[in-house]
Design a binder for this molecule. Structure first.
Ligand code: FE2
Ligand code: FE2
Length: 153
């Protein structure tokens, strides 16, 4: 199982959630309502970001020129996205919570696009099939997918 296909597949799940949230955010009637949704999405996005940092970014970096600004930029965006979720959590009123949440969804969309158009294609050329499959197996283990069968290598 190729780690890049797996991570792109996770993006696909998020896109559905982003669409749904963007449609329903205007209907929220209290900051807490927005914050509950943001907490759920934020936990999932942060787990996704951590897997990318630990598996793909770390594997790709040694192949790129000194501290590739592009990978550094994408890593920094993971922090900016996490900060955005923090601002939703800290919001004191509905409008602020909604605005911050819409902002973080927009940033995540932009970030995912950067990965899909730059980082993942680049990583596909830099990492061997075996490395990408081994990283996919580590992903399955960390996500707890089919662990009992140990069948993803
Ligand atoms: Fe990412
Ligand atoms: Fe991603």
């Amino acid at each position: 199982m190729d780690i890049l296909d797996v991570l792109a597949g996770e993006h696909g799940v998020f896109y559905g959630q982003f669409d749904d949230l963007e449609r329903t955010l205007p209907l929220a009637t209290a900051a807490e309502e927005v914050q509950v949704q943001a907490a759920l999405l934020g936990a999932a996005v942060e787990a996704h970001s951590a897997l990318e940092d630990d598996l793909v970014f770390t594997a790709v970096e040694p192949h790129l020129d000194a501290g590739s600004p592009d990978v550094r930029g994408l890593r920094m965006m993971h922090e900016e996205i996490a900060d955005g979720f923090g601002r939703v959590r800290a919001a004191r009123d509905l409008d602020t919570a909604r605005e911050e949440f819409a902002g973080v969804i927009g940033l995540a969309r932009q970030h995912f696009l950067g990965e899909e158009t730059f980082l993942f294609p680049k990583a596909r050329t830099l990492l061997t099939d075996e490395t990408r499959a081994a990283l996919g197996a580590t992903w399955a283990d960390r996500r707890g997918v089919m662990r009992a069968f140990g069948m993803w290598r």
